[in-house]
Design a protein around this ligand. Structure first.
Ligand code: ADP
Ligand code: MG
Length: 323
């Protein structure tokens, strides 16, 4: 089992200024592994297509008759622990050495995993001796990896280091492509609707368009007027026992900041207001203020059950007020 997902290919990867170098190098690596760019270390923030490119390399390399294998560091680590327990560590090592291309994802998770680091180092040395290809992907530069020993970091840096990004032009191409994949026509108004409501993250863009598909149309939020934003703000302020007017100022009072972030979040989820609209209402310069505040609430909601229930309570109450 090589763990390579046939869904991710070079053909369905959208290329633009911010990722074309990474794309070209990955293509070269898939066709001529081990020649010029090994190890290849690719890094960049979440949702920019790093995992997609790893699988694309694997898929292309396989058509050329190369043996490729994909593994995330966490899977590599779990497999290693299991092999150690069962006395099969030699078999484990062999499996990772017997490839032409090793594709390793989420290298940042090496942090603090000493035994995994040690085994990876061995595999690394062997593959390099045989001039095999190694491709590593991480959310940060090797120098910024935490709790990873220097000898590994310097190995990671010994080949080609490339950062992948998402610029506006590429982002718009991605939105158009994904809209078409989901059966929408990429008219300007629809493209900018998606652009306004998503960040610089292809996973988020895809998720947003998928939701549009499920709803069956380009969502025209029912009540995204000033009045309903005010309803949300007043409701949240009342629950937090703060003056609603303060939410529109730049008061740094903790309670006001929380209430403001939550109100922004609820405008997004309940009213479908755009980041731009929300930022404007709260007196902020550009859409990133709302984007940032909403992200924070989303994150907290995922990890904090109490917080989640509090939001649920506000949402249920507000739905009644808004309908
Ligand atoms: P990362 O590993 O960088 O967090 P992924 O590779 O998992 O990101 O990408 C997230 C989603 O976005 C995947 O479904 C992927 O196919 C898609 N995607 C990312 N970048 C592109 C791109 N340039 N063209 C087409 N799809 C993309
Ligand atoms: Mg990934």
């Amino acid at each position: 089992k090589d763990n390579i997902n046939p869904r991710y290919t070079f053909e369905n990867f959208v290329v633009g200024p911010s990722n074309q170098l990474a794309y070209k190098v990955c293509l070269e690596v898939a066709e001529n592994p081990g020649r010029s760019f090994s190890p290849l270390f690719l890094y960049g923030s979440v949702g920019l297509g790093k995992t997609h490119l790893l699988h694309a390399i694997g898929n292309r390399a396989k058509t050329k008759g190369y043996r490729a294998m994909y593994s995330s560091i966490n899977d590599f680590s779990e497999e290693m622990v299991k092999a150690l327990k069962e006395g099969k560590i030699e078999k484990f090592r062999e499996k990772y050495i017997n490839v032409d291309i090793l594709l390793l994802d989420d290298v940042q998770f090496l942090a603090g995993k000493e035994r995994t680091q040690m085994e990876l180092f061995r595999v690394f040395e062997k593959l390099q001796t045989f001039e095999k290809q190694i491709v590593l992907v991480s959310d940060r530069h090797p120098k910024d990896l935490k709790d990873v020993p220097d000898r590994l970091v310097s190995r990671f840096e010994s080949g080609l280091l490339l950062e992948i990004g998402l610029d506006d032009e590429t982002r718009i191409s991605v939105i158009k492509k994904k809209l078409m994949e989901y059966g929408f026509s990429p008219e300007d108004s629809v493209v900018s609707y998606v652009a306004e409501n998503t960040g610089y993250n292809v996973r988020e863009i895809e998720g947003f368009i998928r939701t549009m598909k499920i709803l069956g149309e380009v969502p025209k939020p029912v009540r995204r007027d000033q009045r309903s934003i005010e309803t949300v703000v007043r409701y949240v302020a009342k629950n937090f026992k703060v003056d609603p007017e303060l939410l529109r100022t730049d008061s740094k009072d903790r309670k006001v900041v929380s209430a403001r972030q939550i109100a922004m979040y609820l405008c997004k989820t309940l009213l479908g207001s755009s980041y731009t609209e929300i930022s404007r209402y709260f007196g902020k310069k550009d859409h990133t203020s709302a984007l940032y505040a909403i992200k924070k609430v989303e994150e907290k909601r995922r990890t904090d059950r109490k917080f989640h229930h509090m939001l649920k309570f506000l949402e249920d109450g507000l739905r009644k007020h808004l309908s």
